[in-house]
Design a protein around this ligand. Structure first.
Ligand SMILES: Cc1ncc(COP(=O)(O)O)c(C=O)c1O
Length: 407
């Protein structure tokens, strides 16, 4: 049994009421009190700007990059602070030398933040192609007709087999937002590298709950308001040194050498572009949000993502085992338990509607809300997202809710 004493993230870090279960950080994570305090402390200084020296102001983004690098197992110099996942992927799309006849490939049914930045390149003659990951996999207007990922799903094989000579970039979600399927990045990277294809990852549904090895990606983009438990409005872009060198600068005044050195005239334009992640940042930084983000990342780093993953694994397994004995979800639980055993499912449990439609899922969400449980549904899946702050009570409440579903 799970024990409240061993939560990787103590409930005391948050203001989550005891009678409320928030299993929807896949939409929005709760912000730790410490992060709110840090934002408040920054704002207090903004009220009296003479207390906020330039040195201190410059340290704010430095601290955020450093804490993000610690969480991602990277160098701070490889991190670019952005406004969202979309902003990170847009930077990538706009700064890479992609032109007429080049192709960007994505799995079918990506969250649109990993579609529109690439679709925007169509006016430059760049091709955009979606690849289904399993038989019967559909999306868009037909998403409810899609079959869920089968137990022997092999998305990497499907993607690697679909690469063509004109494919220059493969952009994938690490953990898919609707069905929770987790892609094998080392295998994808291996296949891409051999063919000279860039592997870009939308990592928002795994960041903060799954450890990442960035040596098996070229670029990793994430917003911070889900598993990273920070307020909305920030994102991170990690790039390998080699990829970053091939990306054109964006043109911000803070992206050149000595930009923050007051002793050099601002109007001195004889400078080199920076080669680190600041190369793509856009002028002055959002001190308020970054103060909170840094503290959220600290909280996660203190807990460690490895411990959070182990904890959420216990919760996922226990939930699926309970649902295995619940007629309404028996088949789904069997499918997901098998995917879980194969390392395809982690903290995000996506229960497929199985022909029962969105009315069924919406009714379930209403029942949940009446019991103080906050969950979400997307594109035919009911989503339960576990994190390091969930305990036995949360598990019992979610099991009790779902076990009450008529077959
Ligand atoms: C896979 C995925 N990517 C990106 C986002 C969010 O994108 P952005 O940070 O650009 O708002 C979400 C959810 O909101 C998501 O599920």
């Amino acid at each position: 049994m799970l024990c409240v004493m061993h939560l990787p993230l103590s409930r005391d870090l948050f203001t989550l009421p005891r009678d409320l279960t928030w299993v929807m950080h896949c939409a929005e994570g709760p912000v730790p009190i410490r992060a709110a305090d840090a934002a408040h402390a920054f704002l207090t200084k903004e009220l009296a700007p003479w207390t906020l020296g330039v040195e201190e102001w410059l340290k704010i983004p430095q601290r955020a990059r450093a804490e993000a690098a610690r969480l991602l197992g990277a160098e701070a110099s490889q991190v670019t602070l952005t406004h969202s996942t979309s902003a990170a992927l847009t930077i990538l799309a706009q700064t890479l030398a992609l032109g007429p006849g080049d192709e960007v490939m994505v799995p079918r049914g990506e969250f649109p933040s990993n579609a529109w930045p690439w679709r925007a390149l169509e006016s430059r003659g760049v091709l955009f192609r979606e690849v289904p990951l399993w038989p019967g996999h559909t999306s868009g207007a037909a998403c409810l007709n899609s079959t869920p990922p089968p137990v022997d799903v092999d998305p990497e094989l499907r993607l690697l087999e679909a690469l063509r000579p004109e494919t220059k970039l493969l952009a994938v979600s690490w953990v898919r937002f609707q069905d929770g399927l987790t892609l094998d990045l080392p295998r994808l990277y291996d296949g891409c590298r051999g063919r000279g294809v860039i592997l870009a990852v939308d990592g928002i549904q795994g960041a903060g709950t799954l450890p990442i090895d960035l040596s098996v990606t070229d670029a990793f983009a994430t917003g911070v308001h889900k598993g990273l438990l920070a307020p909305q409005g920030h994102g991170l872009l990690w790039t390998s040194d080699a990829l970053r060198a091939a990306m054109h600068p964006m043109g911000s005044w803070m992206s050149v050498a000595d930009a923050d050195l007051g002793s050099r005239p601002y109007t001195d334009l004889q400078r080199e572009w920076l080669t680190d992640g600041r190369r793509f940042e856009q002028g002055g930084q959002h001190g308020l949000g970054l103060s909170a983000l840094t503290e959220s990342l600290r909280v996660l780093n203190e807990a460690t993502v490895t411990a959070i993953r182990a904890h959420t694994h216990e919760l996922t397994q226990a939930l699926l085992q309970a649902l295995r004995r619940t007629p309404a979800f028996e088949a789904e639980a069997a499918r997901l338990l098998e995917l879980f055993a194969r390392g395809r499912i982690h903290h995000l449990v996506g229960l497929h509607h199985h022909g029962r439609g969105s009315a069924f899922l919406n009714a379930l969400l209403e029942t949940a809300r009446a019991q103080g449980i906050y969950a979400t549904a997307r594109e035919g899946y009911l989503r339960i997202a576990w994190h390091g702050y969930h305990d036995e009570t949360d598990l019992e409440r979610v099991c009790h809710w779902l076990q009450g579903t008529p077959a």
